[in-house]
Design a protein around this ligand. Structure first.
Ligand SMILES: [Zn+2]
Length: 288
């Protein structure tokens, strides 16, 4: 693939059997070909014959090179992404241009980067599977951390064993240091949610407060399927019980999402009612 891309000589696969043999020929039909056979005893592929060179004409960069795929590019940029996962797609586009002579479009390079992130950090679903273990580990090293996982009603079969697995719906966590500091902060809680941009959608909900020096202090976090009445109600109940407590009347500041307003107005046994105010930044943005 590397050779095919760098020399602008696309190939096509004419025979492919994952356990036996593999044949590729020049896509322009000049007679260039490579045959490979799987050697069981070596557990590897061996090139058995090569017919070369290419006698076809064009060696220009092509508009659409069949081997210049996101997966191929992923392997090219793997080293860079592994050592710096925050490297921008723009930089990668430039790197790929330097290496292959192709100025690949943004979305394909973005996909290539996602592919590498998956190779390096494991796949997205697997990362969600680790959430209970990670939260347990955090709690072990930071006693007093509170967390809860809310299950979806369904179970799905495990892809290999077929055993039923429960489906995660939402996660909530807050750290004891933050909750302790809340006593010394303004009786405010700023609430908002942001979309998660990875493969698995959903939102990250946060509750933040302001300390006496005017600095933001994060209080609690939630992962949910989206912003709706139920998810906000769920998040608020946990924040009120775990963070806000029963001693002070608290003012909530938000972008006035319908779910937030509904959750704020809800009465909870033994807890003071909440006051709600507009977030002026959101207000100004909406006005604009
Ligand atoms: Zn050829």
């Amino acid at each position: 693939m590397d050779h095919a891309v760098r020399h602008h000589r696309p190939f096509k696969v004419t025979y492919s059997d994952a356990k036996v043999r593999y044949t590729i020929v020049c896509k322009q039909g000049c007679g260039w070909s490579v045959n490979a056979r799987h050697e069981k005893w070596m557990k590897a592929w061996k090139i058995t014959s090569v017919h070369q060179p290419h006698t076809c004409a064009s060696t220009e960069t092509m508009h659409c090179h069949p081997q210049n795929t996101a997966k191929y590019l992923g392997r090219r940029i793997a080293g860079i992404v592994a050592s710096d996962p925050d490297v921008t797609v723009k930089v990668l586009v430039q790197t790929i241009f330097g290496y292959t002579g192709y100025r690949v479009n943004y979305s394909k390079v973005w996909r290539a980067k996602q592919h590498v992130l998956e190779l390096v950090f494991g796949d997205w679903k697997e990362a969600y599977n680790l959430i209970p273990r990670i939260l347990n580990a955090i709690t072990h090293y930071n006693p007093g951390t509170k967390w809860t996982i809310c299950r979806d009603g369904r179970t799905i079969p495990h892809p290999t064993t077929g055993d039923p697995m429960w489906v995660m719906k939402r996660v909530f966590w807050c750290f004891p240091q933050c909750v302790k500091s809340y006593e010394y902060c303004h009786p405010l809680i700023l609430v908002d949610a942001t979309f998660l941009t990875g493969k698995c959608k959903g939102v990250l909900m946060t509750a933040t407060t302001v300390d006496p020096e005017g600095q933001l202090v994060p209080m609690a976090f939630g992962l949910a399927e989206g912003e709706n009445n139920e998810s906000w109600e769920w998040f608020f109940a946990l924040v009120r019980h775990n963070v806000l407590g029963r001693d002070r009347k608290i003012c909530v500041i938000s972008d006035r999402h319908r779910g937030i307003l509904k959750a704020v107005s809800q009465k909870m046994e033994g807890l003071p009612p909440l006051e709600h105010q507009w977030c002026m930044r959101h207000f100004a943005a909406n006005m604009w």
